[in-house]
Design a protein around this ligand. Sequence first.
Ligand SMILES: [Fe+2]
Length: 253
Amino acid sequence: MKRRSIIPLTLLTLSLLSTPMLSAQEGGKVSSEAGLQPRTAALQQGMADGAVHQLIALPYATNALEPVISERTVKLHHGKHLAGYVSKLNQLLVENKIMERDLVKLVKFASGSVFDNAGQLLNHNLYFTQFKPANMKQIEEPKGALAEAIKRSFGSFEKFRERFEKAGTSIFGSGWLWLAANEHGSLYIDKEPNGGNPVTIGLIPILGIDVWEHAYYLDYENRRAEHLKQIWHIIDWEVVSRRYEERASFFSK
Ligand SMILES: [Fe+2]
C-alpha cells in the first residue's frame, strides 16, 4: 500500500480547515503593562486551567502487564514519556497560537513538532488503553466482525500474527506498527516511522504497537522480535474489536 499518500498540510492550512487561529499580528499586540489581548488571554487561561490535553489514566495497575512489560517500563513509558508528550504538545499549541484541540485533526493536518507530539499523544493514548492484565496461559483471539475481517484479509489469526510481528521487526529505527482499517472494514498492516499514525493516510487505527526502544528495551534489550511475540498475551481484544466496529465514527468523534 502506498504510504504517506496524504501529505501533512501546514499549520496555516490547518487553521483554515478547522477552528480559527490567532494571527501573528494579534499576538504582537500584547502589552506588557495592560496584559494580553482577550483572545490570547482566553487561550492561555485554558492552559492555566489545565483544560487542554491531559495524561490519561491507565485502566490497569502498573504491574498488571508483567511479565510481558515490566512495571518499571510502564511507569517510565506512561509517567515520563507520555507525560512529556502531553506537556510539550500543550506548550506548542500555545506558542504557535493553535486553537484546534482535536488530536486526530492535529495529526492529520499539522506538521513539524506539533505533528510529532500530537501523533505521539494520539498513538500512546490508543496504545495504553488496548491492554489488559497479562494472561500467560494462552493467547486470546478476537471474536465477531474483527475475527472475520482478519481471516478474510490474512487467512487466519495465526498468519496475521506472523505477518504483524515480521512487519514490526522490519521497522528501521523508532516507529509504530499498526493494524488499521478503512471505512469499509478492509484491514491493513501499516508501518509508520517516528510518531506516525494511519490517520495520515486516511485509515483508522485499530491496534498500535510502539516499537520505540523506550517501549521494550529495559525488558528485552535489543530483542524487539521477542517483545512482539509476547505482546499478544496482553491485548484486550474487546477494546480492539470495538475500535473496528465503531470505525465509521472515528473521524467524526
Ligand atoms: Fe512510546
